[in-house]
Write a protein that binds this ligand. Structure first.
Ligand SMILES: NC(=O)c1ccc[n+]([C@@H]2O[C@H](COP(=O)([O-])OP(=O)(O)OC[C@H]3O[C@@H](n4cnc5c(N)ncnc54)[C@H](OP(=O)(O)O)[C@@H]3O)[C@@H](O)[C@H]2O)c1
Length: 322
């Protein structure tokens, strides 16, 4: 079958290990199901994989992609949940120490077909296109859990979203706005700041500039480049929820004094549960909120999407179609 996969790693030139070609059809193990992929979307995770982060040499070649929407074996329209937990695990699957994401241990979604445990498909409502639904399993699910589960935010709270242009960040802005929050967003780029306002941000700021007021929580995916600003933007007792570190994991200053003196909470967040994905799908169905899609490409032109993400030249999600 057609597939987009990694056959090598490079820190400096991640696209050198990317292949657009053919892989054998997958065989669903007992209890798993085959999904025919109609659309999938790119995440920074796919670039990390090509850099050798989170993917082991012995797992190559590995079909990339965490996200997909398509048809199950009975012809139902479904969204794929990308977190694969151990069959013996019960409860929040993001806390399973043996969990993995599609494209880490099990083959990913940038292909004609993907196999997943039967419990890992969620019905797709007719109101969402396959392209829109394919944006949800990673970036949008991560944003949903950051805001409402880990961040414990409620209508009327004020939240800061760092790095407005990212796939997770655009989801954070749209979902926070839909949830009745006051939303501040930062970006290094003026046009991305303008787009963030259109998306529902109440005010936008150049990265690392002082805000007009302290916020209840910061949603952090940028990492080292914005960490200090995130801590300085919080009110006493505020929360920073972090799910990524695109600019690096080691800030120059960790500012431990500020964390204990202001009694700040630092909360990690990773992906989300199947039940959170189902709630997110319902939220979009009911509210009319839709993922921000930067571009839709045939999967055969996946390399163009990877290059745009590597160059930071993206606002929202890059979607691949079959
Ligand atoms: N833990 C999880 O479950 C999970 C799930 C999804 C994603 N993630 C992680 O979250 C991060 C974002 O993912 P994504 O898919 O949204 O990636 P993305 O679309 O590539 O987002 C990158 C954004 O980060 C900002 N940025 C990058 N370098 C920066 C710098 N030096 N200074 C300031 N801002 C910078 C940019 O914002 P501006 O250009 O607007 O300034 C850019 O739009 C990645 O590291 C990813 O691995 C984690």
């Amino acid at each position: 079958m057609f597939a987009v996969y990694a056959e090598g790693f490079s820190t400096d030139d991640p696209l050198s290990g990317l292949v657009v070609g053919e892989r054998p059809d997958p065989v669903a193990p007992k209890g798993w199901t085959t999904v025919t992929v109609k659309a999938s979307s790119l995440n920074h995770h796919d670039l990390w994989s090509l850099r050798g982060v989170g993917l082991r040499e012995e797992s190559l070649p590995m079909i990339l992609g965490c996200d997909a929407a398509g048809y199950d074996e009975d012809g139902n329209e479904v969204v794929v949940h990308a977190v694969i937990s151990d069959p013996t695990w019960s409860g929040d699957e993001t806390l399973d120490p043996r969990r993995s994401l599609l494209s880490e241990r099990f083959q990913g979604t940038f292909a004609d077909k993907v196999v997943v445990p039967r419990a890992n498909v969620v019905p797709k409502p007719a109101s969402l296109s396959f392209e829109e639904a394919a944006c949800l399993p990673t970036a949008w699910l991560t944003a949903y859990r950051m805001l409402f589960t880990q961040g414990r935010l409620k209508p009327g709270d004020t939240v800061l979203v760092q790095g407005a242009g990212g796939g997770v960040a655009t989801a954070l802005i749209a979902l926070a706005h839909a949830g009745g929050l006051r939303v501040y967003a930062t970006s290094r780029d003026e046009s991305k700041r303008d787009r963030a306002l259109e998306l529902g941000a109440d005010a936008v700021f150049e990265s690392n500039t002082r805000l007009p007021r302290k916020v209840d929580a910061v949603m952090e995916t940028v990492g080292a480049a914005t960490w200090s600003h995130s801590l300085r933007s919080l009110r006493p007792g505020g929360r920073i929820v972090i799910s990524g570190a695109t600019s690096g994991p080691n800030p120059d200053q960790t500012e431990l004094n500020r964390i204990f003196f202001l009694q700040l909470e630092v909360i990690g967040s990773t992906m989300g549960t199947r039940s959170e994905l189902a709630s997110l799908v319902d939220l979009l169905d009911v509210s009319g909120v839709r993922p921000v899609i930067d571009r839709v490409l045939p999967m055969t032109e996946a390399r163009e999407g990877f290059a745009a993400m590597a160059g930071g030249d993206v606002f929202g999600k890059v979607v691949f179609t079959r």
